[in-house]
Ligand binder design. Structure first.
Ligand code: SF4
Ligand code: SF4
Length: 215
């Protein structure tokens, strides 16, 4: 979506790619994911480059930005676009519907499993966006969360079981007030700073909210 700049990995550029102009949604254009943007000159570039939305200007894919991501991830060949959220702790790999199983092939799958281990160590998350579904990848496996809208977020929740901790993932509307309580329980640093009363209240509210979701 952008022209080569100095902080791109040396030797990498958008060149004849334009994959992000298909795989990602663009809110300002009401463009859904997995459809070519009407302004895209496929394989060449953006026809409204000077006036393109801020979302497009701000986006740099993982292949361009991160030297640790191998050359095999070049989007025009892999048919996948790596997006890292602004806090850096959440990675989404968007997969072209024409090659929806591409992420399961090697060497991609081994990379994803390796990144999931790093994410788990850093309280991060790794997702594959396949079709309309969001799949969370963990060191132990994967869970299909189903469709996740742009105005929703996925919150990881650690639950104590006898002898082990289990993590499940919950899809929440960004506007839902329960999000703050879920995030308090998820964020180890925030939880350490919170009073016991605030934590207990957060747990009560979250349990009640989860029970209401099961109805
Ligand atoms: S997917 Fe990456 S390399 Fe391809 S056009 Fe978008 S930003 Fe450039
Ligand atoms: S406006 Fe341009 S840069 Fe943005 S998605 Fe469309 S073609 Fe790509």
């Amino acid at each position: 979506m952008d022209e080569p700049v100095s902080d791109y990995v040396a030797g990498r550029s958008c060149a004849s790619c334009t994959m992000c102009c298909k795989l990602l949604s663009i809110e300002a254009l009401n463009k859904p994911c997995l459809q070519w943007c009407t302004h895209c000159d496929i394989g060449a570039g953006c026809k409204i480059y000077q006036e393109r939305p801020t979302e497009c200007r701000a986006f740099t894919c993982g292949y361009l930005a991160e030297a640790g991501i191998g050359e095999h991830w070049k989007p025009v060949k892999s048919k996948m676009v790596i997006s890292r959220a602004t806090n850096g702790n959440r990675i989404v790999v968007y997969v072209d519907a024409d090659r929806s199983d591409a992420w399961r092939k090697e060497p991609y799958y081994s990379d994803l499993k390796s990144w999931s281990r790093t994410a788990a160590q850093n309280q991060g998350q790794l997702f594959v966006s396949q079709g309309r579904d969001m799949i969370v990848i963990t060191p132990d496996g994967e869970t299909n969360l189903g469709p996740v809208r742009d105005d929703q977020v996925v919150v990881a929740r650690r639950r104590r079981r006898t002898g082990y901790a289990e993590i499940d993932h919950i899809v929440v509307d960004q506007s839902d007030p329960i999000l703050a309580q879920l995030q308090l329980l998820q964020d180890a640093e925030a939880a350490k700073k919170a009073t016991p009363g605030a934590l207990a209240e957060a747990k009560r509210e979250v349990e009640a909210w989860l029970a209401s979701q099961d109805k």
